[in-house]
Design a protein around this ligand. Structure first.
Ligand SMILES: [Zn+2]
Length: 421
């Protein structure tokens, strides 16, 4: 295809109307304006779209804030989305500024929790030769550390503190830089914790505002250990490492930690880059994502973990979670994958309407997968899920071309399926 033809095709796809959704007329007023400010009693889940990796900010109903990941890849523009809003700041700086705007709304000065799902750079920050040194400690600035440089953080939680040796010791700069940051926190007496699978008492509300609704975070999975769904019980899926060939060790994605966030009847599921792929049945213990979905049970909104890549959602994961909305956090040319989209949309796997959103889909992917991608509600922009105390929720897509938080579209109100059941 000639360049001109290709550009015309992309233009046609981009200008085609997105699939019609349940947009209430009353909500149309919000389009074109800034996202209405958070208020006590609302749960906001911001899928921040920098085009360079994952960053999800949860503002809990009492104003407690939890950031899951702050990615910043150095990948070149032929395989990665371009930085948003632009390259004048690093992705972690854009994320920090986004968080600062939200903290202003909650009247707080610090991020209460940072949870690092796993140690890959699109979740923690690549550290290239030009990453500047921190003023606060002996590490360099990218992703997580860029956020920490600009926003005080109460507690850092990750899957392998304090040993950082499971299943092997990382030597890549993106990991060792993060470990240096953690070490610096420990030296200063700042809180760092290991992610505790099965509990709902690690990410607790700080009570910045008094609100009547019940909310909580359940730690579902990390390092192949999965919540049983009963009490704080867990089960370990990985065989002992000494029984495995080195090449069969669980990889970093498979060790991802993940959670379920509840507010009244509303449920949200997100597990980093957890995967379900078993080498086509050769190693069933690798299907950790399906086990996490089984522990979680049905939810209203779920992320398509591992960026909607081929090894993410199994058919059973989709059947078990059956959300009304899927969030795909995309940034790479290969994301999302066509079969993953097929599963998310499949009414054979579960009945009923559902919406699918992606944060940053590259044009090349759009051209390759346009048959399915034309059904997405959004392919570019921050995606904000806002949940009220009665379990109803709206989904906003806001513009990431600048910092105006201008609403591009609204969908809802949706009602929690547990409520309508
Ligand atoms: Zn990733």
């Amino acid at each position: 295809m000639s360049d001109r033809k290709r550009r015309q095709l992309i233009q046609a796809i981009l200008s085609a109307p997105l699939a019609a959704g349940a947009v209430l007329p009353g909500r149309a007023a919000a389009q074109g304006q800034s996202l209405p400010a958070w208020q006590p009693g609302l749960l906001d889940i911001h899928h921040i779209a920098t085009g360079r990796g994952n960053a999800t900010l949860m503002v809990l109903p009492d104003g407690t804030t939890l950031l899951m990941d702050a990615g910043a890849t150095d990948d070149s523009l032929d395989v990665s989305f371009s930085p948003r809003p632009d390259g004048s700041r690093r992705p972690g700086q854009w994320i920090a500024r986004y968080i600062q705007r939200r903290l202003k709304e909650t009247g707080t000065q610090a991020l209460d929790y940072l949870m690092v799902s796993h140690f890959h750079p699109d979740h923690t920050g690549d550290v290239g030769a030009d990453a500047p040194p921190s003023r606060l400690g002996p590490y360099r600035l990218s992703g997580v550390t860029d956020v920490a440089e600009m926003v005080p953080i109460g507690t850092v939680v990750d899957r392998d503190f304090p040993g950082y040796d499971y299943p092997t010791v990382w030597t890549a700069p993106f990991a060792t830089n993060y470990f240096s940051y953690v070490k610096s926190r420990v030296t200063k007496g700042q809180d760092v914790q290991r992610f505790r699978v099965g509990t709902d008492k690690q990410f607790v509300g700080k009570g910045h505002h008094r609100v009547p609704g019940k909310f909580g975070v359940r730690n579902l999975v990390a390092n192949g250990e999965v919540w049983t769904g009963v009490g704080e019980g867990t089960v370990k899926m990985f065989p002992p490492l000494d029984t495995l060939d080195r090449k069969d060790y669980p990889n970093e994605n498979l060790c991802s930690s993940g959670l379920r966030l509840d507010y009244g009847d509303f449920r949200y599921f997100s597990c980093g880059d957890l995967t379900s792929y078993t080498y086509d049945g050769e190693q069933p213990w690798r299907d950790v994502l399906t086990a996490a979905a089984r522990a979680s049970g049905p939810v209203d909104v779920a992320t398509a973990d591992h960026h909607g890549l081929f090894d993410g959602l199994s058919a059973d994961t989709v059947r078990l979670l059956r959300p009304q909305a899927w969030m795909i956090q995309t940034w790479h040319i290969s994301q999302p994958d066509l079969l993953q989209l097929e599963r998310m949309f499949s009414e054979r796997l579960y009945p009923g309407a559902r919406e699918v959103y992606a944060t940053s889909v590259m044009k090349e992917n759009l051209v390759a997968n346009r048959r399915m991608l034309s059904r997405l509600k959004s392919i570019d922009g921050h995606i904000v899920v806002r949940v009220a105390q009665d379990g109803t929720f709206n989904i906003f897509v806001t513009d990431n071309a600048d910092e105006s938080d201008r609403v591009k579209m609204v969908s809802g109100p949706h009602r929690s399926s547990r409520k309508s059941a």
